[in-house]
Structure formats: C-alpha cells, structure tokens
Design a protein around this ligand. Structure first.
Ligand SMILES: Cc1cc2nc3c(=O)[nH]c(=O)nc-3n(C[C@H](O)[C@H](O)[C@H](O)COP(=O)(O)OP(=O)(O)OC[C@H]3O[C@@H](n4cnc5c(N)ncnc54)[C@H](O)[C@@H]3O)c2cc1C
Length: 404
C-alpha cells in the first residue's frame, strides 16, 4: 500500500501514546513497514505506570527497557491497608515478590520518561516512519483502510492499529460500540518527595471514597494516586502546595515521613469502559481505545501493552505466511485472544472498587473475609500474586521473553 509520498506502509498505527508506540515498535522491529501517526496530547501526562514483570520483559525484548530502566523504581512489596474505619475491616495484606520467586513485581516509571524512551527507540527503527499529525478521518475499505491527515496527506494500509485513546476516532470508524460507565470518583495524581525511604514498597490505603496509593519512584520520591469523591475535587484543586503536602501526609499516616508535593497535579474522572469488540473492518483496538479501568492494582497500561504485543505477534505471523495482515482471520484471533484477559481484569477491578464504595454491611464483610483469606492462606495469596503479575490466560510471546 502506498501513501501520497509513495512510501509503502503495511500497517498504520494511530496514536503515539505508550500503547501505540509499543505496537509500532513491535511491528517495525520484526520487519513490517509501519507508519505511526500521533498528535501531541493537549497536556503533559504527570502519571506514573507500575509496569508489571511481563511488560518489563516485553520492553526489554523490544530494546526499550535499557533506555529507561535507570528512571524506574522496583516494586518488591505491595501492601493493602484497610483505611475505611468501618465496623468490618479487612486485615492489612502484604505481598512480597520473593514469595513467588520474583525479584520485583514490576517497576514504576513516570509516563513522560517511558514515552520518551519509546520515542527514542521508535526513531532508531528504519522500518518505522513517525508522522506528527492528527488523523481526521479513517475509512475502511475492502482491501485497505484510508487515513486522512489534518495537513492533507492520505495513507492506506491493510491494517490500522487504533491506539488513539479514550475518544477513539478509529473505533468509531470500525463501527465498534463501547460500554462506558462513570464512577462518582476522581483521581488526583501528583509526585512527592518524602523524608523516609519507601523501601521499594507500594502501599494502597483503601478508604471509603476509593484507594489512596503511594508507589515508589527512584530515590526518596513516590507517585500518589488519590481517588476521592468529585465534591472533594473542587476543594483539593484550591489547595496550595503546602496545604496539599499536609493532606497527603495525613492520608498516608506519615509512613513516608514529611511530604513535599512536586509542582504538577493531574485530575482524572474515573470510568470503566470496554469496547464490544476489539477488531473489525481491518482496524484493531489497543490500549484505552479498547478498554479503560480504574487505577487500582496497576492494570490499565499493562493490559494495553499486552494488546500491542498480541496484535504485533498475529500480524507478523500472517505476514510471514504471506497472509493478509488485516484480514478477518487475524482480527478474529486478536478479538478472541484479548477478550478473557481484558474481561476478567475489568470485572475484578470494578468489583473491588465497588465493594469499597458500598455502605452495604454484608458486602463490606465479604470483602474483609476475602482479604483475610488471601492474607492467611499461603497458596491462595501466591495464586493471587501470580495472577496479578501474569494472567493465567495465554501471554503474548513478547511477555514470555520471545522475539516476534
Ligand atoms: C490516575 C491513573 C493512574 C494510572 N496508573 C496506571 C498504572 O500504574 N499502571 C498501568 O498499567 N496503568 C495505569 N493507568 C492507565 C494508563 O495510564 C493508561 O492505560 C494509558 O495511559 C493509556 O495509554 P494509551 O496509549 O492507550 O492512550 P493515550 O496515552 O491516551 O494515548 C493516545 C494518544 O493518541 C493520540 N490521538 C488521539 N486521537 C488522535 C488522532 N485523531 N490523531 C492522531 N493522534 C491521536 C493522543 O494525542 C495520545 O497521544 C492509570 C490511569 C490513571 C487515570
């Protein structure tokens, strides 16, 4: 397939966020001419991502991890503390990576550093062409999808990977509906410095309005994801840095000592959303174009990276066999392979979040009992840890450390 400039592109990725960049690197790195079209996001992303071990393995294989490993902090212990103050409270549950023979569950990294490393790797690949532009229209056809850019160019390819985020234009072009539900919750994200070491431990306090999570960054820094009622969001937004530092220290029960918030804050209204299908009309959805889950248990982008690795694997296999890389066989296999992983994680995270918000005593009791059992029963705890880090469902090759 060719574009106006005459360059052949076998695949087009729309969206230059972490999921899109990973998909493009996987494809081009394995020998498929790929074009990535991305517009700069409207505002800088101050979030961090806890990359679980399978994601780190995939980034290692793709040559990205060596470019950002020094900016990531290991997560060796994960702790859940019931801070609901309710009658039936769950015990504190502590998971240690060494219990399942891992050095770390994963690594936490600032999104800006992760994306910078992905971009650096992408620029080094001869088969990957990066276009900074906005896609205005996506029109599926019999043998190719036509993509039109704001600056006027048109490109065609037999496969488009939709990595264009929550309001995906590509998803609409593929005619795929999405089921979306908003929670009455907003997440505040901010990075902090602290006077005590975090000892590679991430702590999730479960409060009646949602989780308050501290995740280690290199040095004496951590990222905070604080989920609360939208009414409180207006109050938090007006706090000075000094006042917010005091609030974060209070919410963290001073476990990291004196807190000093860093300048940038983000606010994210929480939603849960799953596309009704993950591929259609030569368009495969990856990342938040396909699914959005609340930031509990660090799953969102890890799912997105598994999407990217899976479509990369299927398209490369089809290319090597001389098959149509955007044909119905590839798309049906992709849809099938991603459905269980995305569905099970979305269900579990949604359930956990809702049991936090409920005032219904029996549900609170069941949640407490569940966490009690996880705390007390070693094999169950280890099974939960293994499933959290690497799903029982088949992992894509890159997550298993295999090249495409
Ligand atoms: C508070 C919070 C904390 C989180 N923490 C974690 C965590 O610890 N671990 C984890 O795994 N996940 C986490 N997540 C989820 C994670 O941040 C997202 O899954 C991830 O950022 C989504 O990446 P993406 O590439 O799919 O989408 P995006 O990052 O939204 O990228 C989409 C890109 O597409 C571009 N684009 C859109 N439309 C067009 C167009 N028409 N033309 C060209 N370009 C276009 C946009 O500019 C953007 O660059 C968290 C989420 C939240 C809200």
């Amino acid at each position: 397939m060719s574009d106006k400039q005459g360059q052949k592109s076998s695949a087009i990725v729309v969206g230059g966020g972490p999921a899109g960049l990973t998909a493009a690197i996987a494809l081009a790195g394995a020998g498929l001419a790929t074009v990535l079209i991305g517009k700069r996001p409207a505002k800088a992303d101050n979030r961090t991502t806890a990359l679980l071990s399978g994601s780190v393995t995939a980034l290692e294989i793709l040559g990205v991890w060596p470019m950002c490993a020094a900016q990531a902090a290991p997560l060796r212990v994960m702790r859940i503390v019931d801070d609901t103050g309710r009658l039936w409270r769950a015990p504190q549950v502590k998971f240690a990576a060494k219990e399942i023979d891992l050095d770390a569950f994963g690594y936490n990294i600032e999104n800006q550093n992760l994306v910078a490393a992905l971009e650096r790797r992408a620029r080094a690949l001869p088969l990957l062409r990066l276009i900074e532009d906005e896609v205005l229209s996506v029109v599926p056809g019999e043998v190719a999808v036509t993509v039109t850019l704001r600056t006027g160019g048109t490109l065609q390819a037999p496969l488009v990977i939709a990595a264009d985020g929550r309001r995906s234009l590509c998803r609409a072009a593929a005619g795929i509906e999405i089921d979306e539900r908003a929670y009455k919750q907003v997440a505040l994200t901010v990075c902090v410095k602290h006077s005590r070491p975090h000892r590679d431990t991430s702590t999730e306090f479960h409060t009646p309005s949602g989780p308050f999570t501290l995740v280690p960054l290199p040095g004496q820094r951590s990222s905070v994801v604080w989920v609360f009622d939208p009414i409180d969001a207006d109050v938090i937004a007006t706090l000075s840095d000094v006042e917010l530092s005091a609030e974060v220290e209070r919410a963290s029960h001073s476990i990291l000592g004196k807190i000093e918030v860093e300048p940038w804050r983000g606010m994210f209204p929480l939603v849960v959303a799953t596309a009704r299908g993950f591929a259609s009309e030569r368009i495969a959805l990856v990342g938040e174009a396909a699914h959005i889950i609340p930031p509990i248990g660090a799953q969102g982008l890890n799912l997105g990276l598994r999407d990217a690795a899976t479509i990369g694997e299927l398209a490369i296999a089809a290319q090597r066999l001389g098959h149509d890389i955007g044909g119905s066989d590839v798309l049906a296999a992709y849809d099938k392979m991603r459905r269980t992983d995305v569905g099970s994680r979305t269900f579990a995270i949604d359930l956990l979040n809702r049991t936090l918000l409920t005032d219904f005593l029996p549900v609170q009791g069941l949640r407490g009992l569940g966490l009690y059992m996880i705390d007390r029963i070693g094999p169950l705890r280890r099974a939960v840890m293994r499933e959290g880090v690497a799903p029982a469902a088949v992992q894509p090759r890159l997550m298993r450390g295999e090249v495409l």
